[in-house]
Design a protein around this ligand. Structure first.
Ligand SMILES: *[C@@H]1O[C@H](CO)[C@@H](O)[C@H](O)[C@H]1NC(C)=O
Ligand SMILES: *[C@@H]1O[C@H](CO)[C@@H](O)[C@H](O)[C@H]1NC(C)=O
Ligand SMILES: *[C@@H]1O[C@H](CO)[C@@H](O)[C@H](O)[C@H]1NC(C)=O
Length: 427
């Protein structure tokens, strides 16, 4: 009887003691015998039966697109990665510890899956979260923010109106598919939705979607489970349009306009060559952006090269026309020295048209004076000459014809080409 009473009182007092004693996380740690010196928790995969796989639930959400570097084919996102798994050695009853259901412990105390990103080329330099959270039922969760520097095969055919897809493949380095199972915590539409909400900065790139897929990767008879996160991002083309496409177009317009400059003394030629040089400077900028290893030629390269080639052709045409006119002039001079007859009507037209555009220099003023003299002469001469009959003027006439045909063809080709490029880019 006394024994029974003592037993009950001991029970009661122990109950009272337990109720009164304040609970600390250390009590839970002591209960688990979880400490820095206890290696049991971190040395091996936390399962009590080695044939049981560890299920890892994983999710990646995009925080920000830091950079996309075309030249080196590098994609640099800033992502949030959260995962959870079960540590079978951890278990406590929250009721025994004043309702503590979970708390944070330093990472180095516990085993962590050796997940890595296959595409990652540089060590993450962003600050690390030093804690894991453990739950009473053994669930351990980890959250990290990672600046990923990943290689990404980019398709630059439609640059700068392109959309890129870059993959981040997450998998365990050493644990095969029968040891570690990977499952996405959130499906594709949920991660896209979350990323949209969390996205801090986008810069040049607009986030389109994020999707997740299971992929089993096997090598020499072993198999690894991986999760592939595919980021789809679309370029905002405005900067490149303003920097490259529009200036080149302006230069093309200038080149067309330069056909209306007089052919006098290579002024037109000089102008055209200047425009050509300006375009080649823009080509250098393009060269800095695009990688040289791109397998199929980007449309923008075609755009630049074709416009460059057209301008080159127009320079060559100008040289030809100048040559024809010079020959015309020199043959006329020769004819003048042998034959006393004055200049013909066509020759006068040719020369006067040239000179009218360049009245600034004093020499040309003199030329104009001479021309007036010749015009007076013309009155007497024109009666004896049938129009176009003189073989000496053919150079000049041909030059004008060639010029006319070339300008029409040039404008037509430019319009067709620009239309075609536009269709290719937009579709
Ligand atoms: C707790 O861990 C220490 C250090 O590893 C060990 O010596 C001790 O036996 C463990 N105690 C229990 C109750 O498991
Ligand atoms: C453990 O508890 C947490 C929080 O109550 C819960 O989210 C999780 O699903 C539980 N895990 C298991 C394996 O029951
Ligand atoms: C990968 O392998 C696991 C078995 O380890 C299997 O359950 C899963 O269906 C496989 N996934 C794919 C995409 O083949």
């Amino acid at each position: 009887m006394i024994r029974a009473l003592v037993f009950i009182s001991v029970l009661l007092s122990s109950d009272l003691v337990q109720l009164k004693s304040p609970c600390s996380y250390q009590d839970v740690l002591d209960h688990l015998n979880l400490s820095k010196s206890n290696e049991v928790y971190k040395l091996s995969r936390p399962v009590l039966d080695h044939t049981r796989p560890t299920h890892i639930q994983l999710s990646v959400v995009l925080y920000s697109i830091l950079a996309v570097i075309e030249k080196t084919q590098t994609f640099i996102p800033f992502v949030w990665a959260g995962m959870s798994w079960t540590n079978e050695r951890i278990h406590w009853e929250p009721d025994q510890f004043c309702g503590i259901t979970h708390f944070a412990v330093p990472r180095e105390l516990l085993w962590e899956p050796d997940l890595f990103i296959y595409e990652m080329t540089e060590k993450d330099s962003s600050p690390k979260n030093p804690y894991l959270v453990v739950f009473h039922n053994g669930t351990v969760t980890s959250e990290e923010e990672i600046k990923v520097v990943a290689t990404c095969k980019m398709d630059l055919h439609k640059f700068p109106f392109d959309t890129q897809q870059c993959n981040l493949t997450l998998g365990s380095a050493m644990h095969t598919a029968d040891e570690v199972h990977l499952r996405p915590l959130l499906n594709s539409s949920r991660v896209t939705e979350f990323s949209r909400e969390l996205l801090l900065t986008q810069g040049e790139w607009e986030f389109v979607s994020l999707s997740v897929d299971n992929y089993n990767f096997s090598f020499s008879g072993l198999m690894w489970e991986t999760l592939v996160y595919t980021f789809t991002v679309k370029r905002r083309p405005l900067l490149h349009v303003l920097n490259l496409l529009v200036p080149i177009l302006f230069f093309l317009v200038l080149d067309v306009a330069s056909f209306f400059i007089s052919d006098f003394r290579g002024e037109k030629l000089g102008f055209k060559v200047t425009v050509l040089l300006a375009v080649s400077v823009l080509l250098l900028i393009l060269n800095e952006i695009l990688p040289s290893t791109s397998s199929d030629t980007p449309l923008i390269a075609t755009y630049c090269i074709v416009i460059f080639a057209m301008m080159l052709l127009s320079v060559l045409e100008t040289i030809l026309v100048t040559f024809l006119m010079d020959r015309n002039d020199s043959s006329l001079k020769m004819a003048d020295s042998g034959n006393e007859s004055g200049p013909t009507q066509h020759e006068l037209l040719c020369v006067s048209e040239e000179s009218n555009h360049s009245l600034k220099s004093s020499e040309s003023q003199i030329l104009v004076l001479i021309l007036d003299q010749i015009r007076e002469l013309r009155g007497s001469v024109s009666a004896h000459v049938t129009p176009g009959g003189d073989p000496h003027v053919h150079g000049c006439v041909w030059a004008k014809r060639i010029n006319g045909v070339f300008v029409s063809l040039y404008v037509l080709t430019a319009a067709l080409f620009l239309g075609l490029m536009f269709m290719q880019w937009v579709v």
